[in-house]
Design a protein around this ligand. Sequence first.
Ligand SMILES: [Zn+2]
Length: 542
Amino acid sequence: MIYNPRLTAAPRLRYMTRAMVSALGLLFSALAAAALPGADFLVRGGTVYTGAEAPATIADVVISGDAIVYVGPEGARHYRARNVIDAGGKIVAPGFIDAHTHPDTYIRSPDARQRLNAPWVFQGVTTVLIGVDGAGSFEIAKEAADFEKQHVGTNLVPYVGFGAVRRAVLKDDARAPSAAELDRMRALVARGMCEGAIGFSTGLFYAPQSFASTEEVIALAKEAAQRGGLYDTHQRDESSYSIGLLGSVQEVMRIGREAGLPVHIAHIKALGVDVQGSAPKVISLIDAARSAGLEVTADQYPWLASGSNLSASLLPRWSVDGGRAALLKRLDDSATLAKIKTEMVENLRRRGGAQSLLLTSSNRPWTGKTLEQIAQSWRVDPVDASLQIIRTAKDVDEVASFNMTEDDVRLFMKEPWVVTSSDGSDGHPRQYATFPTKYAQYVQKDKVITPEQFIRSSTGLTADIFRLVRRGYLRQGYFADVVVLDPKRYAPKADYLHPRVLSEGVDELFVNGQPVLQAGKLTGQAPGRVLLHTPPVGTCPK
Ligand SMILES: [Zn+2]
């Protein structure tokens, strides 16, 4: 065998050189890492949707304090993070923003655990809009101070509500305000706006707000317009109760034009047998107004049943003029009772009959039964059964009302001006399962919308509509509201008969940079903030 030193020495030299290079490399990268700025979390290698209209990329997200400091391919080259989360195979997105919620039993609970707002957190939601349907207070500063002191799991965005404003001045009366009374109501709306509400919310379907004329609402909405707010509404009629669905959409747009502000239609739908199939007409009305320059948007929940109560669904509005005491008096008068029942028969037909109303108030003999079933078991007709329930006590007559068609739901969902909302209220699974239902059913199973449309309509678009500052996008300098979810496990677990079951599949959730969920479990942290709107300079007293 011929010994050739070049054949053996050269590789050994190369080997040593490599070892030296790699030792030096390690030394340099250790020095470089020591020189890198520190950060709290590196979420590594996830499928990242930024909330903009763009497909996902594989990327890192770095969080420091309450902010996102980096979104890109190599987080570890720029930051030395104390915690690294492997997000391979998972979706990383801005925390979801829920445009329409009723979370009061959670966020106002005396129990700190309840205030974590778990029904929303487990869906990946980091911000909820409250005081909707005109239910918000006008004492925004006081409310904000209370929430900051109590600590809540998610961010809260408040509206000033027409219900409280009208009640404070006109009680539950079905009449127009005098000029002086209108001035008092305007001052209350202005106060709410100046204290940081993002806009003026109404629920014109509900008494006593239903007693207001369009002109009254326009006068009040102008107070929000002057201060950079928007108009949000559970519109007067989503069905065929009074002015009809199309008439009602036109009323919303008239309010927007005459008060001069963007208008937002809450939980857009075509409710009941008389208007099912109207989505194309509603969409073309709104598209025409948008092309003419009016800002019109809407939110939507992905369910075929609405959540309401028997009183609002079936009783004529005049029967509740003056409030509950006045109603009970009318029910005791046989001539008036007969009139009320005649209208209830018609309202029940409009809602699709007694089999389409599922009774959902908890711990009642009727819980989980349809109005038809309970009427049969009591051997009375459905209108009498519902009156019996309404008379029993306040707030025990909640229903899931099966009134929407799949076609209408899908058409609205595809519009580029429609965002996700839960309308989450007690007794309806939408409170616990809206976002995963939209994803599992309408993205994954039926492919009505793409994953990026789902994310965008739950994050960036929502933040744009409501002018939420530095929220809704994964971008450097934005607040670190971030969700990490496993697309294979992200799923709703609640249903109409078991409405209070937490959703699954969200592994990590950050609110203002703090982990609220870690490895799918609550951390107990409650870093939510009240996101207040700043009115333009000179529009509020100093
Ligand atoms: Zn509503």
